[in-house]
Each structure stands twice: as C-alpha cells, then as structure tokens.
Design a protein around this ligand. Sequence first.
Ligand SMILES: NC(=O)c1ccc[n+]([C@@H]2O[C@H](COP(=O)([O-])OP(=O)(O)OC[C@H]3O[C@@H](n4cnc5c(N)ncnc54)[C@H](O)[C@@H]3O)[C@@H](O)[C@H]2O)c1
Length: 442
Amino acid sequence: MKICVVGTGYVGLVAGTCLAESGNDVICVDIDDEKIEQLRQGRVPIYEPGLEELIKRNVAEGRLAFSTDLGGAVRHALVCFIAVGTPHGEDGAPDLRAVHKVAKDIGSMMDGYRIVVCKSTVPVGTHAQIREILSAETDQPFDVVSNPEFMKEGAAIEDFLKPDRVVIGCSSDKAGEIMRDLYAPFVRGGAPILVMDNASAEVTKYGANALLAAKISFINEMANLCEKVGADVAQVRQGMGLDKRLGMHFLYAGLGYGGSCFPKDVKALIHTAHTSGLDFELMKAVESVNQRQKRKLYEKLEAFYEGDLKGRTFAIWGLAFKPRTDDMREAPAVGLIEDLLRAGCKVRVHDPEAMDVARGIFQDRITYHRHNYDALEGADALLLVTEWNEFRRPDFDRVRRMLKAPVIFDGRNIWEPAEMDKLGFYYFPLGRPSVTQPTGHA
Ligand SMILES: NC(=O)c1ccc[n+]([C@@H]2O[C@H](COP(=O)([O-])OP(=O)(O)OC[C@H]3O[C@@H](n4cnc5c(N)ncnc54)[C@H](O)[C@@H]3O)[C@@H](O)[C@H]2O)c1
C-alpha cells in the first residue's frame, strides 16, 4: 500500500518505518529540513533501540523515503497519517495547530480519494474538525480515521510490530477495511483490531494513558504512606500486584511520570472533562501527586543535610524520563537539577543516551561525564534518577571510593536496603526503610 506519514518524531518515524517493514511503500514527511536531511544521510535524530537498522534496511530496499515535499507525498499515498506533535497549551488543552495545518495542507493537495488518519493524540471531536478542514479544501472524496498510538518510547518498535490491540475509529466500511488490511501483518499473533466510532477511539487513548498515570501516582502515594508508617512499598507492591485484577505493571514507586505523553494527556483529559461540564477530580489528584513526587529526592536531600546544601556536589545517574530513551521532556531530573543549582550545588551527570539533550537544556551549568563512575568523583552523594539497566549492579566498592561520603539517594528503588547496609552506604530509597546508620557488615 502507498503511505505517507506526516511528522517524523518518535511516533511518525517508528510508524512509518514499521509500515515499510511490512512491505508498504512509505514516504515520511517533516517540515524540519535538518531532520529530513539527517534521515536521508542515514542518521536517526532520536534514540530508539533497533530503529536505525530498520530504517537503513527499508531505505536500502526502496520502501522508505524522507521528504519535505508534502504535496508529492500526498499524491503518492492512499493513506496519509498525521503524526505531528500536540503539546499542551497554557490551559491544559492540547495545541492542535500542527494537526489542523497538516489537515489543511493535505486537503489542498489531494488529487483523488484519500484516507486521512490521525495518529497524533487528540481530544475527542478532533476528527470532526479534520473532516471540516478537509471539506473546505477539497472536492475529492476522503475518509477520516482516528488511529491512536499506544507505543512506549524505548520499546516502540516491538510495540508497533506486535501491538496488544489496534484501535481504529471510523465511520466508513471502506476505510475500515483498508485499515484492517494495513494492520493485518502486525496482528498475526492474535491481537484484536478494534474498529469503533471516531470519538470512542479518541477517548480510548486518553483513558489508557490516564489509568496508567493513575497507577503511578497511586503507588507513589502508597510509598509515601509506607514511609510514614514504617512499611516497605516493595513488599506491598508484590502483595498487591500478584492479584490478577491489579497486575504488577506500573506499580513501581519512583519520582513520578514524565515524558511527552502522560503529563500532557492527563492535563488534556482534565481540560476536556471541564469543557464538557465535568470536574474530573481523580485526574486532578493524579496530577498534583505527580508534581509533588518529582520533588521527593530533593526533599530527602534537604532533610539529610538539614537544609545545608549550598556548595555541595551531587552526582546524578540517569536523566531521561525513563530508560532506553533520550527523551527528557518533563523528566524528573530536570526539576531536580534546577532545584540543586538554585540551592548553590554543583551537579555532575551521566546518562547512557540523554547527554546531548541535557546539554541543550543546561549548557555549562552542570558537568557531563561519559562514564557513570566519573560523575561520582568528589560528590557528596549519588542520586539515582533513571533506572537504566547498567546501573543495577555497579561496582559498589568503586562507587564508595569515588564519592566523598558513602551516601546514595535512590529515586527508583533499584537497590536493596539490606545490601546497602552491608556495603556501608547511607541509603535513602522511596517508601522503603532507609539506612541511616550503615553497619558495613556482610
Ligand atoms: N512519543 C510517544 O511515545 C507517543 C506515544 C503515543 C502517542 N504519541 C502522540 O503522537 C503525537 C506525536 O508525538 P511525537 O512524540 O512523535 O512528537 P515529536 O514532537 O517527537 O514529533 C513531531 C514531529 O512533527 C513535525 N511537524 C510539526 N508540524 C509539522 C507540519 N506542519 N508538517 C510536517 N511535520 C510537522 C515536527 O517537526 C516533529 O518532527 C503526539 O500527539 C503524541 O501525543 C506519542
């Protein structure tokens, strides 16, 4: 099938590449000339495991191309995906200007029947706006499909190639059949393709992200309770999560959710509810718990050093909002570093993938270290902020030698308090017993 994907961010690039991988003829379009030029030269502007190889293979086999020429891509394609960003505006409502602009441009360039598929996460009712915009631009026949994307950064390719389900919102049998055809190669394992009305598809995406965000805020609040009452959230999590109705996923206490989706989608859902006359109290609480949680490590530092932070140096392991991505949008590390700098601290950081992104945010206000151990040199404490696999079993003797004092604040609970006690570390996890007087006895 001939496809065009407009927007080559995380979603557009992964979707376009995976659609090419299943044999389609795909043109990915972006307004960012530099990005398209990089992609043409085989350089991938984002870090996503496995993406580079897949792009190279499909480009070499002539199924995947990159362009800034939207008109050419629209004339080429039967199915035009819109996968541009929908960042949240001041009032929490997503900014749909890019979606509207692309819809207008597609409408003005269509020369026959097209299926215009909105893959961007958009509030309910956007499909009708897209339809109106297209109608104003063209007399050609078209269908509008709402096809939200559920991929996770860091595992995006796997998620696209083997989705749990595919959601297709449309009101036309013809478009529904073509979309089923397009997705058939990805659901051979038996995952369902759910065809529903456009509004339900749009709401489904927000419902899924909101419930995941709610699980995170719930377990974080449980961790805060555990700290107050002397319980261990890691044990509580197991006891709860093994109940099949609850499940273990998304029940890890941490420094709150970040990234480009959960924060904005929670805000958008609250906004949609509000404009529909509903006060979505639950999601407001999810959001405020998350804001509070992002400051937890800093509060622990203030308590441990009794407010005396000025002039101290801290090493941070992990900057991305989660492992296996270089995305730092709304990452807990950003607010933490800003707080530390404001308090007059020096900050030494390491992240396996997000250092370039961090440089763009902090320039020379912090120091960047290519090796995780180098970041520790002379630091008063290690702060673990993102749970990359390579941090799970470090050489703790080396960690102790490099730090000025054996102090660790663990914002993701990746180490065990009892072990840290034996290793002689002062250790501060979230919702678990801290080690305030390490014995150092094996
Ligand atoms: N990132 C994720 O994990 C994820 C997962 C599911 C859904 N989503 C949703 O998918 C959408 C895209 O997210 P993303 O993370 O890929 O965004 P992104 O910001 O990484 O990429 C958006 C791309 O669109 C391009 N663009 C903007 N306006 C354009 C125009 N007029 N013409 C052509 N290109 C244009 C930008 O240059 C950029 O390359 C959002 O609505 C997001 O909520 C994201």
